[in-house]
Design a protein around this ligand. Structure first.
Ligand code: HEM
Length: 394
């Protein structure tokens, strides 16, 4: 592909290392809500870019005024929760919520801890250098969500490859759609198998307890979203989180030396979620009626995109929001979105991060970058920000 054919990075996805792109901060400091003409997914259009924390929360919370559903917007993952409005969204969310309660996730913690320990053992047994993304950050959440949904081990790699292609905004849309079709066909066969003989995993349970209330295509859409959202987001937060901590060694030491139950562990997880905000946007909403955001008039039918990383650094949240401070009093970040579509997997994500990051730092106290920091390859122009690789030694 020549340089000219590479799609430009739209303003919604611009980053500068661990920071949001400077153009986004300017919008927040200036007019707060700005009309932009740019790429959204695969098409150019006019959108309202919303950057202030209060406005983002209002848009995401107000389902009466801002709808999700736009069939043209999400060709890559149709028929899943993020494309639904009430009553379908409410019904499906109700079916899924019990699977993600604090109690359910606490029961998974020993399995997450064991998997994290085994991955570190395997890294150590191979020497004293690794790509932390391939050897730890990715297989941990992938193994957890695939285990929950009953995806056999040999198929996990293929699922990861499809996800990587569908989320890469720099690839031609045909390639992304083709990967989406393959992953849907795979998920459909998985769901069909669990319908025939429901097991003890989450899909088997959904089939047994809600089989009549949930259609096959809804079940496929939900499982595909869980498999994808359940690993890409957490793996990239682990990768970027380790990079951020290695760049702030005194904070890495504080976390490494924290005893089990020390509040700094939860504090570090919240602060890294806020500071890194791997999901650049909450998906676009469509105004159902004439309204306003921050005093700017918005017309019925207008599209609105909430930019989460810059909203998470809004000075209304406190001082020094551009800095990482794991001992900061936690703030109400919007990394998991807000309102009715708020992340279903946030408790699971937090548990994985709370286990993974201290385990790595404690088991590998000499953990260090194995390349100059400016050579770390970022996933630019991606639905989920993060790293392609993180070369480390210990
Ligand atoms: C660091 C990790 C994660 C981040 C940053 C994240 C971020 C988000 C965001 C921003 C949304 C809302 C999108 C919107 O309103 O348009 C969302 C929704 C969702 N997330 Fe996550 N997520 C993470 C982990 C997970 C995990 C581990 C799972 C599942 C196991 C998951 C499953 C979902 C689902 C199913 C939805 C859709 C909820 C709905 O539409 O009702 N996420 N996530």
């Amino acid at each position: 592909m020549s340089e000219l054919e590479v799609p430009p990075i739209s303003i919604f996805y611009r980053r500068d290392g661990l920071d949001p792109g400077p153009a986004l901060g300017e919008v927040q400091r200036g007019d707060a809500v700005r009309r932009v003409r740019d790429f959204w997914l695969h098409r150019v259009g006019e959108y309202w870019l919303v950057t202030r924390h209060t406005d983002v929360r209002r848009v995401l919370a107000d389902q009466e005024t801002f709808a999700m559903y736009d069939p043209e917007r999400s060709p890559v993952l149709p028929d899943e929760l993020l494309n639904m409005d009430p009553p379908e969204h409410t019904r499906l969310r109700h079916v899924l919520t019990p699977e993600f309660t604090g109690r359910r996730i606490r029961a998974l913690e020993p399995m997450i801890r064991t998997l994290a320990g085994e991955l570190i053992d395997a890294m150590e047994s191979r020497g004293s250098a690794a790509d932390l993304m391939d050897d730890f950050a990715l297989p941990l959440p992938l193994g957890v969500i695939c285990g929950m949904l009953g995806v056999p081990d040999p198929d996990q790699g293929a699922f990861h490859r499809w996800s990587r292609t569908t989320l890469d905004l720099g690839l031609p849309i045909e390639e992304r759609l083709a990967a989406g079709r393959e992953s849907r066909a795979y998920t459909a066969s998985l769901v069909a198998e669990k319908r025939r003989s429901p097991d003890d995993g989450m899909i088997g349970m959904l089939v047994r307890e809600h089989g009549d209330a949930v259609s096959d295509s809804e079940l496929v859409g939900v499982c595909e979203l869980l498999l994808l959202a359940g690993h890409v987001t957490v793996s990239n937060t682990i990768g970027l989180g380790v990079l951020a901590l290695l760049s702030h060694p005194e904070q890495a030491d504080r976390l490494r030396n924290a005893a089990e139950g020390d509040p700094v562990i939860d504090g570090a997880v919240e602060e890294l979620l806020r500071y890194l905000s791997v999901s650049s946007t909450a998906l676009a909403r469509t105004a159902r009626r004439d309204t306003e955001i921050g005093g700017v008039p918005i017309k019925a039918g207008d599209q609105v995109v909430c930019q989460l990383p810059v909203a998470n650094r809004d000075p209304v949240l406190g001082a020094g929001m551009d800095l990482l401070d794991i001992e900061r009093k936690p703030v109400s970040h919007v990394t998991f979105g807000h309102g009715p579509h708020r992340c279903l997997g946030s408790t699971l994500a937090r548990a994985e991060l709370r286990i993974a990051l201290p385990a790595l730092l404690r088991r590998l106290p000499a953990l260090a970058l194995a390349c100059p920091v400016e050579e770390v390859p970022y996933r630019v122009n991606n639905e989920v920000y993060g790293l392609h690789a993180l070369p480390v030694t210990w």
